[in-house]
Each structure stands twice: as C-alpha cells, then as structure tokens.
Design a protein around this ligand. Structure first.
Ligand code: SF4
Ligand code: SF4
Length: 181
C-alpha cells in the first residue's frame, strides 16, 4: 500500500521497519526481527537506489499522518502499520515497550480514533524468525475511552500486550536471501 507522505517528514534515524516487518521477497528475505543487512550501522539503506519495490512503497503511518514527533517509531516503540487502514482498522505494532504508551499523546490519539469509530489492533513481535501476534482490542479499550481515563487505558493496553505475549508465535520460515543488485 502506498500512501501520500507528509512533505518534509523523513525517517531520520529510524530503521524500525527494516527490522521488524516480515520480508520474504525473491531478492531479499530475512528472519523477522533481524535488522536487514543492507541497513548499515543502523543508519539507513545502503542499497537505496536499487532497493526492492516493497521497500519503496512501504511506509508507516507516522510518515503519512499528522502524528507528533514523539510517535516516530524508534522513539515511541510503536509502528503504526498502514495495512488495514482502508478497511477502518489501525494496527499499533508495539515493537518495544516504552513510557510513550502512558503518555497523554498516545491516549488522546488512540482514544480519538476509537471515538471516531476506527477499530484498533495491538500487535507485538515474537522471537526473531517468527510472525508477530495481533489482536483487535477496540472493545477492550473502549470503557477507558468512554470514561476518559488515561490510567485505565494504559492498564488495559499493558494487559492486552501481556496477553499477546502468551501467543504461540509461529516460525516465519524465511530463508535469508540478500540478492539486491
Ligand atoms: S518505521 Fe516508519 S519512520 Fe521508521 S524507518 Fe520505517 S517508515 Fe521510516
Ligand atoms: S533493502 Fe533497505 S529499505 Fe529494504 S529492508 Fe533493507 S535496509 Fe530497509
């Protein structure tokens, strides 16, 4: 999915998607959770000019939606996935627990989506080489939204993430392949 990007917004030092998004292409495959070897010194893509089409068109929603700078995935630990948005579902891929989940910024934004009727899903990565876990949590979070209760919202978010951590993570089976030329 390709979204119109916000002008002037760049990934900066973030390389999170080059690590945690499952990637199994003819020219590039790696275990999910392992940083792409083309990402040199965590500084960005060393094959930028010839990178796969998937890498050219995949951007998290932080690149496309007016979210604050604190939402940048390497700062927030949250990748807002673009897939599902057209169907009214926003998936928050929590790649690393952080204090951001307890911020008013996170609460106000996600509560606003739920209040507008958007479905919200939480997702977490499993061990390296496995697919992420994901669950729609709109109904679970809604009471905290309706009560305008950030503390309860955080507690429910953390509880949902704990439950996802109990998931039976399935191997992705991706064989490492670095053949971008
Ligand atoms: S997760 Fe988003 S901000 Fe980070 S590198 Fe990927 S597209 Fe850029
Ligand atoms: S080829 Fe470049 S853009 Fe694609 S995953 Fe690797 S480092 Fe990231």
């Amino acid at each position: 999915m390709s979204l119109p990007l916000l002008p002037g917004r760049t990934c900066g030092g973030c390389v999170e998607c080059c690590r945690v998004i499952p990637l199994d292409l003819p020219e590039l495959a790696k275990p999910t959770g392992q940083l792409c070897a083309y990402c040199v010194n965590d500084a960005g893509c060393s094959v930028h000019e010839v990178r796969p089409q998937t890498c050219r068109i995949w951007f998290c929603l932080w690149r496309a939606v007016e979210l604050s700078d604190d939402w940048r995935p390497d700062r927030s630990g949250v990748i807002v996935r673009p897939d599902g948005v057209e169907d009214g579902v926003i998936t928050l891929y929590v790649v690393r627990p952080s204090d951001f989940l307890g911020s008013m910024d996170f609460f106000a934004t996600v509560a606003g989506w739920i209040a507008e009727g958007v479905e919200v899903a939480l997702s977490i990565p499993g061990p390296v080489g496995t697919y992420p876990a994901r669950a729609v949590v709109t109904g679970w979070l809604r009471p905290a939204v309706e009560d305008a209760d950030p503390a309860d919202f955080l507690a429910r978010t953390l509880r949902a993430l704990d439950r996802l951590g109990e998931h039976d993570f399935q191997p992705d089976g991706f064989e490492t392949r670095y053949a971008v030329v």
